[in-house]
Design a protein around this ligand. Structure first.
Ligand SMILES: Cc1cc2nc3c(=O)[nH]c(=O)nc-3n(C[C@H](O)[C@H](O)[C@H](O)COP(=O)(O)OP(=O)(O)OC[C@H]3O[C@@H](n4cnc5c(N)ncnc54)[C@H](O)[C@@H]3O)c2cc1C
Length: 323
């Protein structure tokens, strides 16, 4: 068990964490990134990424994240294969965190980039066909289904928004919901029902995602939740849209969160209510949820962290000069 001291501790190694690290390392803050259970974050479980700026051709999610990690290390970031299990924010800077390894981290400032996870149904075939027809992100993958038949599974705001978004690419979008009414806001429902490209299948649960001979998603096996009748729906793509869970259990009763557990920050900034503690990426963003927005917020958090440390240093010098 060791103690690691740093000017900036970054918890999480998705696009937000690695971008914060790149900026912090180049500002000579000698950051430490604690990578967590999913080094590289959510993009490591996808295949084609076509919307991250800088690459004309499609790149693979895991490759992109390896490159970000390599860049962060190249400029001087220390990577830790550890997962933070407790944090002490109560006493202000320096902050203390303990890893699953038993190691202790002492940091002048903290950037929280623990991200979020899409919720999945847990149905057979769902994980196996990820990137082969099954997705949890229409903004990310809708473009791959231009002119094809797609289904969205869910009944809340996320599902309705995903269905509406997909009509930019497909004339044949089916929303599948296990009940006979939607939970989504009224205004979204009105837009959904008014859209001729969308049809709604009520009272149906998805039992499994089935592949065709080519190994890609071919159809969904459904059960009627009222009659128990089995049916199938042929689709090229299925988007599971039953919400996201931000990874914020570490911060319960320590930092303000919204009703869904997303960390709250000063509007337009990564600053939390505790000076020196910043949050960036999907852990604080339930709206955009993209690699490029997470990376942008990571950059902002590192810059604000740098300013926080510089101002503190300046205040110490002023106090010493006044003595
Ligand atoms: C299947 C799929 C496909 C996607 N495709 C695209 C796409 O094509 N384009 C796009 O822009 N976006 C895409 N996204 C969204 C994109 O992946 C996310 O918006 C982005 O990864 C968010 O980055 P982040 O850094 O905030 O967090 P994440 O990527 O969620 O990373 C969170 C990190 O925090 C770590 N962590 C969590 N808890 C702890 C802890 N206690 N201690 C230490 N570390 C911890 C995890 O190990 C992980 O490294 C996709 C998402 C999914 C799920």
């Amino acid at each position: 068990m060791a103690t690691h001291t740093t000017k900036m501790l970054i918890i999480g190694s998705g696009p937000a964490g690695y971008s914060a690290a790149i900026y912090a390392a180049r500002a000579m803050l000698e950051p430490i990134v604690v990578q967590g259970l999913q080094p590289g974050g959510q993009l490591t479980i996808t295949t084609d990424v076509e919307n991250y700026p800088g690459f004309r051709d499609v790149v693979q999610g895991p490759w992109l994240m390896q490159e970000m990690q390599a860049q962060a290390e190249h400029v001087g970031t220390r990577m830790m294969w550890d997962t933070i299990v407790t944090v002490d924010l109560e006493h202000g800077s320096p902050f203390r965190a303990i890893g699953d390894s038993g190691d202790e981290y002492i940091a002048d400032c903290l950037v929280i980039c623990t991200g979020a996870q899409a919720k999945w149904l847990g149905a057979p075939g769902e994980m196996e066909l990820g990137g082969k027809g099954v997705s949890a992100c229409a903004t990310c993958d809708g473009f791959f289904y231009r002119g094809k038949t797609v289904a969205v599974i869910g009944g809340g705001n996320t599902a309705v928004e995903e269905a509406l978004y997909l009509t930019n690419h497909s004339d044949n979008v089916t929303l599948i919901h296990r009940r006979d009414s939607l939970r989504a806001e009224k205004i979204l429902q009105e837009r959904l029902f008014a859209n001729p490209k969308i049809s709604v299948v009520w009272n149906k649960a998805v039992d499994s995602f089935e592949a065709g001979a080519n190994g890609m998603l071919h159809h969904l096996a459904l059960t009627d939740t009222v009659t128990g009748e089995a049916s199938t729906l042929e689709v090229d793509g299925a988007f599971v849209a039953i919400g996201h869970a931000p990874a914020t259990s570490l911060f319960v009763d320590k930092l303000p969160m919204d009703e869904n557990g997303y960390l709250l920050t000063d509007p337009g900034t990564p600053k939390t209510v505790i000076p020196g503690v910043f949050a960036a990426g999907d852990v604080t963003d339930h709206v955009y949820r993209q690699a490029v927005t997470a990376a942008g917020m990571g950059c902002m958090a590192a810059l604000d962290g740098e300013r926080f440390l510089a101002e503190r240093e300046y205040a110490v010098q002023e106090a010493e000069a006044a003595e």
